[in-house]
Design a protein. Structure first.
Lengths: 519, 100, 630
């Protein structure tokens, strides 16, 4: 019970934080920053406590709160941790203090509003993950747009208005479709079972007709696919990243993109299992296209932020691949890849922000040989680069390896059953590891190596604040790379549940037999 | 023609009169008064139907409309006064540039 | 519980200490001794621990030792464990890695002593040793793969060690990316194995393939996929292109990583998974042919190179080809034997080259050397011994291993053929020729040094020459320990085709003759003032340019893959896909919406009567509609 209370505190702490920023005075920006940082730190500490208390062997929701809200419509305030969201909530809370500390010197305009927006987005993101009621989920989902819109639009770069409008229009378009679909879904649930409910658990068993499933899946999938983003719905991402302030990019790459993949895992696939199973080849194809297309585009960018933005598209392709594989290893790999990408991309964007603060340029052509000018910076950059490349011992490897292995295993059994399409797709996906090395090392080569060159030299190497927050990110990267067992145990039951909901119990029993029989 | 029908005809007449007033007259104050007429036509029809069906909801709605109309006039009259003070006219077409 | 993990963890501790502490706390000179102590001490400790593990192995009657460190991850109850395995093959490899590795660390103390990034150098070198030991000690393919990628990383960092030179940094990147191509194949091989066998433990994989009935997957498919990884790491056709460029790194690095240890990882992997290759006739044939062709082509290129390290680099590629030839015809023990002798003599050659470069203050072009024998005698003597060893002159180590390879290439019943033998023999001749050419041009004949360099020629410090002497002794005597015999219980040698059984003695004679012929040829051409070589050079201009240009394979790859990839990304994906099609559609839709809005906006005139009239019209319309559809 106390833990359930703590979970509510975790969720609503940012709201209190917003009140704090409203009361603080604009002439004391450091007070605002320190207060926000402290609040985020408390939030992370509480989340970490809940993470440690999370029982990996118990299925279903933990620390749940269930209060009726609009009983006539079956809407409830239902939140809780489960295997789907536990790591993502932890990631979000982990990045909170890092975002604030990372923006300490970068944001000087409207400091209070900025931190209020950070609180608001934190509230919306954690709410989206925790919500177990579709209505609540949708509210939080839409709420995320507002602070992000302002963050890019107010503190962004030169073309910030274009970027933020593009971002909002893209996402809002998807959201509208999802809204229509979810209303129809709940109405269908009522006509077939007589229950009026928005709770995920009730909706999983809605038992829709295949035709309806296909349409609803398309609507949900489109909404999530824009958020992921999956090629060809991705063009908002590079623009948003380039124009967003560092904090915005960190939040966007760190957590916001995972909303799409999380949505697929929690809702898109399991709500409409028949349609989802039919869509597996399409989703996989799009995943592979995202991997290759994103990587190729990252290869020809000269803007540092764009390289990382396109690499995000490529990395999230692996997540889609793993989720669509419906193989336990692949699903677990997808979850790990989400968290891993959250860490590495967030870290890399932070580092781009740091160099931008010093040199006011994001053009690769302006740089060279930073390894000599900024050795500590370069060391961190190299580590994060290698994590993005997916080098073993980093979290990137854990995610990529498991996602690809699971995909391949699923493709192999499909191949044994006579369908080799997936096998080809898995084969092409593996080429992503080569392309990944190509574009990330190109970035490192042009930024860190060669003749020493940077605008506004001489440069100061990283401050203690910057070293501190990068150390935290790097430590997390190695933790998930070297010891992924403990976190993965906490998500395994959810992965199994997802697999059963989508593939059906028989199919799951079948793969288990294959895995067990050869041991 | 029984009582209900007669009342409805009266309501329709009131509403039509109001509408015609809004469309035809150019004086802002007269237009506001015409709008009140339209509202009263609606109110009358609501009361009539409520009476016919023996239900109270219609009558309740009328009270709501009263409140809304009062509020509306309370805001509209000062706006018109302010406008008139600036341009010294009550001709609605004189304010066509307010479309923005 | 045998302490296998400690072997690998010792150099890791060295990396962490030197990497994190030394560069921060003891900037520059003050930490020099600390760095040296940690950087060399921990590899030596690893060597001692390996010796102890070997003693344990011998005491246990050579039953494999294993140790599970922890479960990396368990999904669906199936664990991926970080576990180590120590048998005869591991013992040989681990002893080479830690032994030669320690020697090269010691050598580096002298070679790198004036470098400003001394601590970083030792940190990377220790990191390399850690990953290499992980690769060698791993029981599971997963651990091997971690080491496999890790040595690639260390190699990348060390090739680009002097990163201020963009070409050197680019060489590091090239090595990493080309290796990654191989790794993609390796990953696929692992996936196939896991999908069909449900395990990645190599002893289990071997057992599964050796059992009958075998697993439901073609051994040839798995064998080829894994071999793709080996062509990357061990620099075979078609992925050998990174190794010559890798010479941009410090010379001891070339000796350790790009000659003695890392590049032999592919050979080790094939030998370790011999259970697969024994059953994969097609894959084995491929391995043998790729090996022998690589050996041949690399040797032809080596003949025409002018950079002392490039000659040795191509020689390494060529010798690795020999190892794969042996593995391809089923003589895995012989492949490891050549790996073992090669580690000694090639390390000795590279370190000798390092000593020459050190003596000449950085000069690497052999056209500007000559007559160094008297000025740096120890380097010369050790270099000469190693040259003779690689040329296969008896009784030096290279003679034994190369002779066995030629013999099995000819007579093995697992794919031995006269063709393989003929090409290998020709390559052996060329090897002897280009190595003696190198010896002559560098150490003998007339001095072609410029005055400035000539004045500064000096023999290297004892920490370097001492290592050279040890390696020269090992190159000379190493062949008397018959590795194939040691490994035989684990890696049985293939049978001999009956009708070719009588050929062994002639082949021994022939291989000695080839070595001597190479020596004679080099002497004849380059002895004296070298005018014969100049005349030959004038007559075969085209061939020389082809060989000097390394058959223009790099340029070919660049045109075939590199540029098209960038072109497609830039023009098709970025300009056409992203900008024209996707964003074009979006902007088009947005424009449409704006124009429509502008059109509709005209209705808003500002005249209240018009609005009221529209409302009236709407009302009438609605009434009329409801009337009609009433």
């Amino acid at each position: 019970m106390a833990d359930a209370l703590i979970l509510n505190v975790v969720l609503f702490l940012p709201v209190a934080g917003m009140a704090f920023t409203a009361l603080a005075h604009e002439r004391q920006p450091n007070l605002v920053r320190a207060g926000t940082f402290a609040a985020m730190l408390v939030q992370f500490a509480l989340t970490a406590w809940l993470y440690l208390r999370f029982d990996a062997t118990a299925p279903g929701l933990q620390f749940a709160t269930h209060l009726p809200w609009i009983p006539e419509w079956g809407v409830a305030y239902l939140i809780g941790l489960d295997g789907y969201n536990v790591l993502l909530v932890l990631l979000t809370a982990f990045l909170g203090p890092i975002v604030v500390a990372g923006a300490w010197t970068a944001i000087t305009k409207d400091v209070r509003l900025f931190h209020a927006m950070v609180f608001l987005i934190q509230f919306a993101m954690i709410g989206t993950f925790l919500a177990q009621d579709l209505f609540l989920f949708y509210l939080f989902w839409e709420l995320m747009l507002v602070p992000m819109f302002l963050m890019i639009g107010i503190w962004g770069g030169e073309r910030r208005i274009y970027a933020t409008v593009k971002f909002v229009l893209y996402t809002a378009f998807g959201s509208i479709l999802m809204l229509a679909a979810l209303i129809y879904l709940v109405w269908q649930l009522k006509t077939t079972t007589g229950v009026t409910s928005f709770a995920f658990a009730d909706l999983y068993g809605a038992g829709l007709a295949p035709q309806a499933q296909a349409w609803l899946f398309a609507a949900f999938a489109l909404s999530f696919a824009i958020k992921v983003p999956i090629v060809p719905l991705h063009t908002w991402l590079p623009d948003a990243h380039v124009e967003a302030p560092t904090a915005g990019s960190v939040i966007l790459a760190g957590v916001l993109l995972k909303m799409g993949t999380y949505g697929f895992m929690k809702l898109g696939f399991p709500l409409f299992p028949d349609a989802a199973r039919d869509a597996v080849p399409i989703v996989m194809t799009l995943g592979v296209i995202s991997i290759v297309y994103g990587a190729c585009l990252a290869l020809v960018q000269d803007d540092i932020k764009k390289v990382i933005a396109y690499s995000s598209i490529s990395h999230l392709g692996y997540v889609m691949l793993g989720l669509a594989s419906l193989d336990l290893i692949g699903i677990q790999g997808a979850v790990m890849q989400m968290v891993s990408h959250g860490l590495t991309a967030a870290g890399l964007f932070l580092m781009v922000g740091m160099i931008y603060e010093r040199c006011h340029s994001r053009d690769l052509a302006d740089y060279g040989g930073l390894a000599k000018l900024l050795p500590v910076y370069s060391m961190f950059f190299m580590v994060l680069t290698l994590a993005a490349v997916g080098l073993p011992t980093t979290s990137g490897f854990t995610g990529e390896f498991l996602a690809l292995l699971g995909t391949f295993r699923a493709a192999w059994s499909a191949h044994a059953a006579g369908d080799s399409t997936l096998l080809w797709l898995a084969g092409i996906a593996v080429s992503g590891v080569v392309l990944g090395a190509l574009y990330m090392l190109r970035l490192a080569l042009r930024l860190l190596f060669g003749a020493s060159r940077a605008p506004h030299a001489p440069l100061a190497d990283l401050s203690a604040r910057e070293v501190g927050l990068l150390t935290a990110v790097v430590a997390a990267v190695f933790w998930l790379g070297l010891f992924p067992d403990e976190p993965m145990r906490k998500t395994e039951l959810a992965a199994r549940q997802y697999q059963q909901l989508v593939a059906g119990p028989q199919a799951v029993a079948g793969t288990a037999a294959i895995a067990g029989g050869t041991r | 023609m029984d009582k209900t029908q007669a009342l409805l005809v009266l309501a329709l007449a009131l509403f039509s009169l109001g509408l015609a007033g809004v469309v035809v007259r150019r004086n802002l104050l007269v237009m506001l008064m015409s709008m009140e007429l339209m509202l009263n036509g609606v109110n009358l029809s609501l009361v009539t139907f409520a009476n016919q069906m023996g239900a109270a909801e219609g009558a309740v709605l009328v009270f709501l409309i009263f409140v809304v109309a009062a509020a509306e006039i309370a805001i509209a009259i000062p706006i018109v006064l302010l406008l008139a003070r600036r341009r010294h006219t009550l001709d609605a077409d004189a304010y066509a540039d307010l479309k923005g | 519980m045998p302490e296998l993990a400690a072997i690998a963890l010792a150099p890791l501790a060295g990396f962490l200490l030197n990497g994190l502490l030394a560069t921060r706390l003891f900037a520059h000179r003050r930490g020099h001794r600390f760095v040296t102590l940690v950087g060399c001490g921990l590899p030596i400790a690893a060597f001692a621990l390996t010796l102890k593990a070997f003693a344990d192995l011998a005491a246990g009657g050579y039953a494999p030792l294993s140790q599970t460190l922890y479960t990396w991850i368990a999904i669906g109850g199936v664990p991926f464990e970080v576990s180590f395995w120590f048998d005869r093959l591991t013992a040989v490899m681990a002893l080479i890695v830690t032994g030669v590795g320690s020697l090269i660390h010691v050598y580096s103390v002298g070679y790198m002593k004036d470098d400003e990034s001394y601590a970083r150098y030792f940190a990377y070198l220790n990191l390399f040793l850690f990953f290499m030991l992980l690769l060698v000690l791993g029981r599971s393919l997963l651990v091997l793969f971690v080491g496999w990628e890790g040595v690639g990383l260390a190699s990348y960092l060390l090739i680009g060690f002097w990163f201020s030179d963009p070409e050197k940094a680019a060489a590091g990147k090239k090595a990493f990316v080309v290796n990654r191509i191989g790794d993609a194949g390796f990953l696929l091989g692992m996936f196939v194995l896991y999908a069909t066998l449900g395990t990645l433990d190599m002893d289990r994989i071997n057992a599964a393939f050796l059992a009958s009935p075998g697993p439901a997957v073609s051994a040839t498919l798995v064998g080829i996929l894994l071999f793709v990884g080996a062509t990357g790491k061990s620099a075979q056709i078609p992925l050998y292109v990174w190794l010559p460029d890798a010479m941009a790194g410090p010379t001891p690095v070339s000796a350790l990583i790009h000659a003695a240890t890392m590049v032999t990882a592919g050979v080790y992997m094939v030998a370790r998974l011999s259970g697969i290759y024994v059953n994969a006739e097609g894959a084995s044939q491929l391995v043998a042919w790729i090996g022998v062709l690589t050996a041949f082509f690399a040797a032809t290129i080596a003949v025409a190179q002018h950079d002392i390290k490039k000659v040795l680099a191509y020689s390494t590629v060529s010798q690795l080809g020999f190892m794969f030839l042996a593995a391809g015809v089923g003589a895995y023990g012989v492949a490891v034997f050549h790996l073992y002798t090669h580690a000694f003599f090639k390390a000795c050659l590279f370190l000798g080259a390092g000593s020459v470069i050190h003596a000449l203050s950085g000069e690497q072009d052999i056209r500007k050397m000559g007559g160094l024998a008297r000025r740096i005698p120890v380097t010369f003597a050790t270099f000469a011994v190693a040259t003779a060893a690689i040329a296969g002159l008896p009784p030096l180590s290279g003679f034994f291993s190369k002779d066995e390879i030629l013999w099995f290439a000819y007579a093995s019943e697992r794919g031995g053929s006269p063709w393989l033998f003929a090409i290998a023999a020709l390559t052996a001749l060329m090897t002897a020729f280009y190595m003696f050419r190198l010896l002559w041009l560098v150490f003998l004949g007339r001095s072609r040094l410029d005055h400035h360099a000539a004045a500064h020629v000096h023999e290297s410090p004892p920490s370097m020459t001492g290592v050279l002497v040890v390696l020269a002794i090992l190159s000379a005597a190493g062949g008397f320990l018959s590795i194939p015999h040691v490994l035989e219980p684990l890696l049985p040698l293939p049978g001999i085709v009956a009708e070719r059984a009588g050929g062994h003695v002639p082949i021994v004679v022939l291989s000695v003759a080839l070595g001597l012929a190479g020596l004679a040829g080099a002497w004849w051409l380059f002895g004296g003032a070298g005018e014969r070589a100049a005349r030959l050079d004038g007559r075969a201009q085209g061939l020389r340019r082809l060989l000097e240009g390394k058959y223009f394979v790099d340029e070919f790859y660049e045109r075939l893959v590199g540029r098209p990839l960038v072109w497609v990304s830039e023009h098709v994906f970025l300009r056409l896909g992203d900008r024209a099609v996707i964003d074009g559609t979006l902007h088009g839709l947005a424009g449409l919406a704006q124009r429509t809005a502008a059109l509709m906006g005209r209705v808003q005139t500002g005249h209240l009567h018009f609005y009221a009239f529209l409302a009236l019209a709407g009302l009438v319309g609605a009434l009329a509609w409801s009337w009609r559809h009433g």
